[in-house]
Structure formats: structure tokens, C-alpha cells
Design a protein around this ligand. Structure first.
Ligand SMILES: Nc1ncnc2c1ncn2[C@@H]1O[C@H](COP(=O)(O)OP(=O)(O)OP(=O)(O)O)[C@@H](O)[C@H]1O
Length: 267
């Protein structure tokens, strides 16, 4: 066992989870996207969700972001004033919760950003929802979030449509962290970027995680990304969780046939 693993494992086990999902199922017509999925995410950790295309990863993340409702299941976040099953919240309460306590970065920046508004305006929009009304404060807080996302500040008034893919992801990230969310969701955040740009964005995510201990859930079909980012890994196939455990254990000693195939295909 490595020193890092020895230090990390007991910490995870002794802290109550921030996120608890139990028995979540979702069908779309005949397609079973999620079949009785349960998940725990502990404060300050990065949970990586991996699996082939169509395995249900993005659907699960959308559930965590309350964008969709399951056919069955329970979802709790251990935050003040949030008792009960979050799937039972009405649309307004969901929107406020997501805007203020949950951040998300999508693979497709069009889902997360208004492409024709300025980058700083995109971040400020999140702050406005939370009640910030002073122009000077909006601008300085947007600047701070963009800086933390390692976005070049001289371009903060550029529109995302004018920016590279890597820069667009940094704007999404700044928007996602502007209100210091309890949970940051990342759906294939670097897929489609050049390898060198991908590495830089992953570096930023790792630094943010280290400096701010943000609890993250990252979805990727790319085991390299999951290996770089995750403390624990959940492997999905056909809407079910087939294996989960500490990242080192999953990568060094995968138990399920499917995980073994994934890991060996990558090596
Ligand atoms: N809104 C929807 N309407 C119909 N089918 C859907 C919808 N969302 C997801 N599905 C289906 O549910 C299954 C799981 O999709 P999901 O996007 O969660 O998989 P994934 O593991 O994220 O794959 P990918 O990486 O390709 O997005 C797929 O068969 C998909 O076609």
C-alpha cells in the first residue's frame, strides 16, 4: 500500500458522506439508462465515474445536478437546511440549489454558457442568481473566479464563442466555482480538447481541488483522465455499477471482468 493510500483511506471511511444516492433507476422508453444505482461521495474527495459510451454516466451526473428525475431513487446532500430526498424538491427549489450549491462543467460549452455574452458576464450571471447586485462586486468576484480557473484575465470580456475550447472550459469552471459550491460535477470536461490543452485543464482542476478541497464527481470514458483525477472510482456498464473502490485498487487490481478489459485496453 502506498503512503498516500494509507493516509487517504481511513479519512474517507470515517467522514460521513456529503452525497448519498440510493436505488436510482431511470428508463427512457425501452432503454434502461440507470438500474438501481447507489453512490456515496465523501467531503473533499474526487469520485471518478468511468464506463463505455451509453453506460449511464452522464445520466447519473444529470441526476446529481437535479436536471432529470428518476423513476425511483433517493438523493441526499449533507448540507444545512436540506433534509429529505432532493428528487422531491419543486423546480424552483432545485434551480436555487443547483445555482448556489452545485457547480457543473459540461463537455459541450454550449450547455453551460451563453456563448454570445462576455465571459465575465457568464460568471456574473451565477452571482446575480445568488443575490449579488453591486456591479463592482460582480466584476471583482467574476474576475477572482476566472483567475482561480487560470483564465487569462485580459480576455475576460471576450465572448466564449471567440475563445478556444480550453478557454471555454475555463469559463465554465469559473462559473461553476464562483459561489464556492459544495459539489462540483464534471461531465467529460476535457474530452475533445488537444492532449496538451487537456493536460493543462486537468492541472487546473487538480490545483483547485488541492487548494480548496472541493468535492468533485468527474465522468469520463477516458481512464487516463480518471486515473489523473480520482481518489475513488465507480465503473458503470449498461446502467449498473459493476465495481467501485479506491482508484489505486481499481487500476492495479481490477476484480470485475469488464473493469479488467477497460484497464488492460488502456495499458
Ligand atoms: N434524454 C434521453 N432520451 C432518450 N434516451 C436517453 C436520454 N438520455 C440518455 N439516454 C440513453 O440512456 C443511455 C445512457 O446514456 P448516457 O448518456 O447516460 O451514457 P454515457 O455513459 O454518459 O455515454 P456517453 O459517454 O456516450 O454520453 C443511452 O442508451 C442513451 O441513449
Amino acid at each position: 500500500m502506498t503512503a498516500a493510500l494509507a493516509l487517504r483511506a481511513p479519512q474517507l471511511m470515517t467522514t460521513p458522506p456529503l452525497l448519498t444516492m440510493t436505488g436510482v433507476s431511470r428508463r427512457y422508453g425501452d432503454v434502461v439508462a440507470l438500474d438501481d444505482v447507489s453512490a456515496l461521495v465523501y467531503p473533499g474527495e474526487v469520485l471518478g465515474i468511468v464506463g463505455e459510451s451509453g453506460s449511464g454516466k452522464s445520466t447519473l451526473l444529470r441526476m446529481m445536478n437535479l436536471e432529470d428525475s428518476p423513476d425511483a431513487g433517493d438523493y441526499r446532500l449533507a448540507l444545512p437546511d436540506l433534509p429529505g430526498n432532493l428528487f422531491e424538491l419543486d423546480r424552483f427549489a432545485r434551480r436555487m440549489l443547483c445555482a448556489t450549491r452545485i457547480g457543473i462543467v459540461y463537455q459541450n460549452p454550449h450547455l453551460g454558457l451563453l456563448m454570445k455574452n462576455s465571459s465575465s458576464g457568464n460568471v456574473a450571471e451565477r452571482l446575480l442568481i445568488a443575490g449579488e447586485r453591486s456591479f463592482a462586486a460582480l466584476r471583482s468576484r467574476a474576475r477572482e473566479a476566472l483567475d482561480a480557473s487560470e483564465f487569462p484575465l485580459e480576455r475576460m470580456d471576450a465572448r466564449p464563442i471567440e475563445l478556444s475550447g480550453g478557454m471555454q472550459q475555463r469559463v465554465q469552471l469559473a462559473k461553476a466555482i464562483a459561489l464556492e459550491p459544495a459539489l462540483l460535477l464534471l461531465d467529460e470536461p476535457t474530452t475533445g480538447l488537444d492532449v496538451s490543452v487537456q493536460a493543462l485543464v486537468l492541472d487546473t482542476l487538480k490545483r483547485l481541488q488541492r487548494d480548496r478541497a472541493i468535492t468533485m464527481v468527474i465522468v469520463s470514458h477516458d481512464l487516463g483522465v480518471i486515473r489523473t483525477m480520482a481518489d475513488r472510482v465507480m465503473v458503470m456498464r449498461r446502467g449498473r455499477v459493476v465495481e467501485q473502490g479506491l482508484a489505486d485498487q481499481i487500476f492495479q487490481d481490477p476484480q470485475h471482468d469488464y473493469t479488467q478489459q477497460l484497464v488492460h485496453a488502456k495499458l
